[in-house]
Design a protein around this ligand. Structure first.
Ligand code: TRP
Ligand code: ZN
Length: 462
C-alpha cells in the first residue's frame, strides 16, 4: 500500500515538475529499507538554525523560520526535503527568493547543488503542525499539543521517532544525516522553553521570551527535543563522565509529585556508571523533561522525554545510554534499530550489576523469560512493526551479553568504547558493528555476534 502510494506520488511529482527534462532527475531518497521515501541521497545538512514561535502553547499552531546549511556529497539536480508541516510562506536560497513545490511529503526546491559549494536555504512557515501517524502507537508523531487547564498554560513537545520531525520542520529526515541545531524558541512570558543542547541565552522581546539552545554535535533529526509549557527547571551539580564535564538539568510539569521527581536525582550517578563502559559522554549536557501522556519514553538528544509512567531508574538508564547509541552513533538504516535498542537495554544490566548480584540476576532472568518460547527473528528488521519489538530490545541485549561472555569484561568494555568513539556521527549499520568486532576482538568473537544477529531461531542463552 505504502509503496503503491509512493509510486503514484512520484508519477504526480513527475507531472508537477513537467515530464521530460526533469522527470529522470527526480532525486533518489536515502534508500532506507523500511522507509524508502525518507531523506535524500547525496544531501548533507550540516546545521539547522530554527527560530520557532509558539504563540499559544498547547495548540498545534507554530511559526518558524528555518535555515538549513546544506552541501552535496554528489551532484544534486534539486533539493528534496521531507516536510508535512505548516503552510510555507516563502523560501530563499543564499538570501534570494526561490520557487518551491510541495508534493508527496516533500518540499522541492529546483536548484542544483554541486559538491564543495554549500548553500543556505531558509524556509518560513506558519500554521498547524502536520500529522504523521505512528505505525503502532495511537499517536501522531512530531509536535504534541496538550491544552492548558484553567489559567494554566498548555504544553507542547516533540515526539518524533522515527519520522515525525517532518511534521513541523523541513528536514532531511533520516538518521543517516545527523546535524547540529541552533534553536531560538519564543514563548509567551511565564512559559518555559527547553530543547536539545545547552541553553545559551534568554531574552525578552516584544513577542515574548526567547530561549536559545545550541546543539553543536550532530544528532539525528528524530532526536530533536523541544518542550514548551509551564515547566520548572531543576539544575543539578555537573558530573564528569569518562573525563568530560556534563551539565545536568531536568524539567518538570507543575505539581509533579516527589516520588516522580526522586529517581532523576540519580542521573549523575547513572551517567558516571555508563561512562565507565561506553567512554566519554558525547554531548555537553543531559537531563530529562517529564511529560504526562502515556507514551513510551524517548531518548531525545541531551534531554530525554520521560512520561510520568516511565519515571523510574531503569528507564532513565535506558534513555541515557541512547545518548551514546542512537544519538551520537546514528543509525544508517531503520532496519538496524537493534543497534539502538539492544545497546540501551544492555545498559540496564550494566546498571543492575553495579547495584549487586541480586539485581543483575533479576534482569537476566526477566530477559530469559521474555524471549524463551516466544517468536524471534534475525536482528535486522524487515517491517515497521519489528523496529521496536522484543527482538530489537531483548534479543539485541542478549547478543551483546553473549559477546561479552565470549571475550571477557576487559575486551568487551574496550570494544564498546571503540565503537562509540569511532562511529560517532557516522551512519552505522549491523555490518559495521560486525566488522569492528572482527578487527577488535577477532573472528571467533565476530562469529558469536553474527550467530545472534542472523540465526532464525534463538541461539543458546548466554
Ligand atoms: N526508542 C524509544 C526507546 O526505547 C521507544 C520508542 C520510540 C518506541 N518509538 C516507539 C517504542 C514506538 C514502541 C513503539 O527508548
Ligand atoms: Zn530505547
Amino acid at each position: 500500500m505504502a509503496l503503491l502510494a509512493w509510486g503514484l506520488a512520484l508519477a504526480l511529482l513527475g507531472g508537477a515538475l513537467g515530464q521530460g527534462a526533469l522527470a529522470p532527475a527526480v532525486p533518489t531518497a536515502w534508500g532506507d529499507r523500511i522507509y524508502p521515501q525518507l531523506g535524500q541521497a547525496g544531501l548533507d545538512v550540516t546545521h539547522y538554525d530554527v527560530a520557532l514561535r509558539v504563540p499559544q502553547p498547547g495548540t498545534r499552531t507554530l511559526q518558524a523560520e528555518v535555515t538549513l546549511t546544506v552541501q552535496a556529497t554528489r551532484p544534486l539536480p534539486l533539493l528534496s526535503l521531507d516536510y508535512l508541516g505548516p503552510a510555507v510562506q516563502g523560501v530563499t536560497w543564499n538570501g534570494a527568493a526561490v520557487r518551491y513545490e510541495r508534493a508527496a511529503g516533500k518540499l522541492l526546491i529546483r536548484r542544483a547543488l554541486a559538491p564543495g559549494t554549500p548553500a543556505r536555504v531558509t524556509v518560513r512557515l506558519a500554521g498547524p503542525a502536520g500529522r504523521v501517524p505512528d505505525p503502532d502507537l495511537p499517536v501522531d508523531l512530531g509536535w504534541q499539543a496538550l491544552p492548558g487547564q484553567g489559567t494554566q498554560p498548555g504544553v507542547n513537545f516533540t515526539f518524533s521517532e522515527p519520522d515525525g520531525t517532518r511534521a513541523f520542520l523541513p528536514v532531511n529526515d533520516h538518521p543517516g544525516d545527523p546535524a547540529a541545531f541552533t534553536l531560538r524558541v519564543t514563548v509567551p512570558r511565564g512559559v518555559t522553553a527547553a530543547a536539545s543542547g545547552r541553553q545559551t541565552a534568554v531574552q525578552d522581546t516584544p513577542q515574548g521570551r526567547t530561549f536559545t539552545f545550541e546543539q553543536r554535535e550532530p544528532i539525528p533529526t528524530y532526536a530533536l527535543a523541544v518542550h514548551v509549557g509551564p515547566l520548572e527547571r531543576v539544575d543539578r551539580p555537573a558530573v564528569q563522565v569518562g573525563g568530560k564535564v556534563v551539565a545536568l538539568r531536568d524539567y518538570f510539569p507543575p505539581g509533579t509529585p516527589v516520588n516522580i521527581r526522586a529517581p532523576y536525582e540519580r542521573t549523575g550517578e547513572i551517567l558516571r556508571l555508563l561512562g565507565e563502559w561506553f567512554g566519554p559522554y558525547p554531548f555537553a549536557t543531559y537531563g530529562s523533561a517529564v511529560v504526562t501522556p502515556p507514551l513510551p519514553a524517548l531518548e531525545t538528544a541531551t534531554l530525554s522525554t520521560m512520561p510520568v509512567t516511565s519515571s523510574n531508574v531503569r528507564v532513565i538508564v535506558h534513555e541515557a545510554a541512547h545518548q551514546w547509541f542512537g544519538n551520537s552513533v546514528p543509525l544508517g538504516d531503520w532496519s538496524d534499530t537493534w543497534l539502538n535498542e539492544g545497546f540501551a537495554t544492555y545498559a540496564e544490566l550494566l546498571w543492575a550489576q553495579a547495584q549487586g548480584k541480586e539485581e543483575a540476576r533479576a534482569v537476566l532472568q526477566a530477559w530469559r523469560d521474555s524471549v524463551q518460547n516466544r517468536p524471534t527473528r534475525p536482528l535486522v528488521a524487515r517491517t515497521p512493526a519489528e523496529l521496536f519489538d522484543r527482538s530489537a530490545y531483548v534479543r539485541g541485549a542478549l547478543a551483546l551479553h553473549a559477546l561479552r561472555g565470549a571475550v571477557g569484561d576487559g575486551p568487551f568494555r574496550a570494544f564498546l568504547q571503540t565503537y562509540a568513539r569511532t562511529r560517532a556521527a557516522r551512519p552505522t549499520r549491523t555490518a559495521d558493528l560486525l566488522a569492528l568486532a572482527r578487527t577488535e576482538l577477532g573472528p571467533r568473537a565476530e562469529g558469536v555476534l553474527r550467530t545472534w544477529v542472523e540465526s532464525p531461531s534463538l541461539p543458546p542463552l548466554p
